[in-house]
Design a protein around this ligand. Structure first.
Ligand SMILES: NC(=O)c1ccc[n+]([C@@H]2O[C@H](COP(=O)([O-])OP(=O)(O)OC[C@H]3O[C@@H](n4cnc5c(N)ncnc54)[C@H](OP(=O)(O)O)[C@@H]3O)[C@@H](O)[C@H]2O)c1
Length: 319
């Protein structure tokens, strides 16, 4: 595994990290969860990313992860980086959503209990809250760190200007923002507009989520929607309507380009995100060990020449 420094912190993260948004809920197969975690850790993936609401049902990914940790990974806790988040709807009433101090600190306690942990390595605010003062939300992250329930603080889905404001508050209170988690892939390029520069300037790491656009940047949807795919599952967040003929044409062209680089499309898509030195890690989800093994091979070639980059841009910009 290649390890990259997370911003200007002391923490190194694996170039590929594993996310448990899908595939680790009570609706999924426990033996598959367990084999994915083992294959990941054996390959040097030391970072596992969760959130309070991952499942379904919400909370079940943390429960399943906690069970596997207890069974198999207890003696490896110091070799692992475990993150969780709060920010989306988790429980009924006004205290289980968005960014109040009440929600964040209550949720962190619940997450620790579900995972059977004394602390997480990174606690994130999952999304900006338009109504809660940013100071309140950031001070909740500071308190999580000061009380030892999290080692570092992170933010996700914040814009560049929101990130600057959040980083300023966190710095003032001696808990620098370790990391930002934006959606970033060949199909979603907003972070290139201002966020990636802001992160570099502020010394904050970047872990890109959905780098395969939930599976669109693979060859799996080329001919049909496979029965066991995310787009086919009623609880999957990938909508069938996202798979349009225009998109499939682009995916087909990207696939040919990847073949020319001796890579699968998934490998090329991950390599493309990792080519930017401002990106610390890509956060993949997998539904099988086979997918994980395929993705790990992306690290064998993360270099692109100008001609390849131009061709990719040309394909993506086709109307
Ligand atoms: N902060 C946030 O707001 C936020 C939001 C979303 C995600 N995240 C984080 O990012 C992580 C990754 O997100 P994601 O699951 O959307 O990532 P992704 O890597 O873009 O998509 C994962 C899906 O792609 C398919 N796939 C992966 N590798 C493949 C391969 N080699 N060949 C064919 N198909 C492959 C699988 O779909 P099938 O299930 O169809 O096989 C897999 O479930 C999450 O688990 C979570 O930790 C964070």
């Amino acid at each position: 595994m290649q390890f990259n420094r997370c911003g200007k912190s002391g923490l190194m993260l694996p170039a590929i990290s594993l996310g448990l948004w899908h595939n680790f809920g009570h609706v999924d197969k426990p033996e598959t969860n367990r084999s994915i975690m083992h294959a990941a850790f054996d390959a040097g993936i030391t970072h596992f990313d969760l959130a309070n609401n991952y499942g379904p049902p919400p909370g079940s990914a943390e429960e399943n992860f906690g069970r596997i940790l207890k069974q198999d990974f207890q003696s490896y806790r110091d070799e692992m980086i475990i993150s969780t988040k709060a920010g989306y709807l988790m429980w009924p009433g006004p205290y289980g959503d968005f960014g109040s101090r009440k929600y964040l600190l209550g949720s962190l306690d619940q997450s620790l209990k579900r995972m059977g942990l004394d602390y997480v390595d990174i606690f994130y605010h999952h999304r900006p809250d338009p109504d809660t003062p940013l100071e309140e939300t950031m001070m909740a992250l500071v308190q999580a760190v000061r009380t030892g329930k999290s080692l570092y603080a992170g933010i996700s889905n914040y814009t560049a200007s929101q990130t600057k404001a959040a980083a300023k508050i966190l710095n003032e209170f001696g808990t620098p923002c370790l990391i930002h988690q934006p959606k970033y892939s060949m199909l979603v390029r907003e972070p290139e507009e201002a966020l990636l520069d802001t992160l570099e300037n502020k010394g904050i790491g970047c872990i890109a989520f959905s780098p395969l656009a939930q599976g669109l940047l693979t060859s799996k949807y080329q001919h049909s929607i496979p029965k066991d795919s995310r787009a086919a599952k009623s609880h999957g967040f990938l909508q069938k309507q996202a798979i349009t003929p225009d998109l499939l044409k682009k995916i087909g062209s990207l696939h040919s380009l990847a073949t020319g680089r001796n890579q699968s499309l998934a490998q090329m898509a991950l390599a493309w995100v990792l080519k930017d030195p401002r990106v610390t890690s890509v956060l993949v989800g997998v539904s099988s060990v086979k997918q994980l093994s395929d993705n790990l091979l992306a690290l064998q070639n993360t270099e692109f020449d100008t001609d390849e980059l131009n061709k990719i841009n040309e394909i993506l910009n086709r109307s």
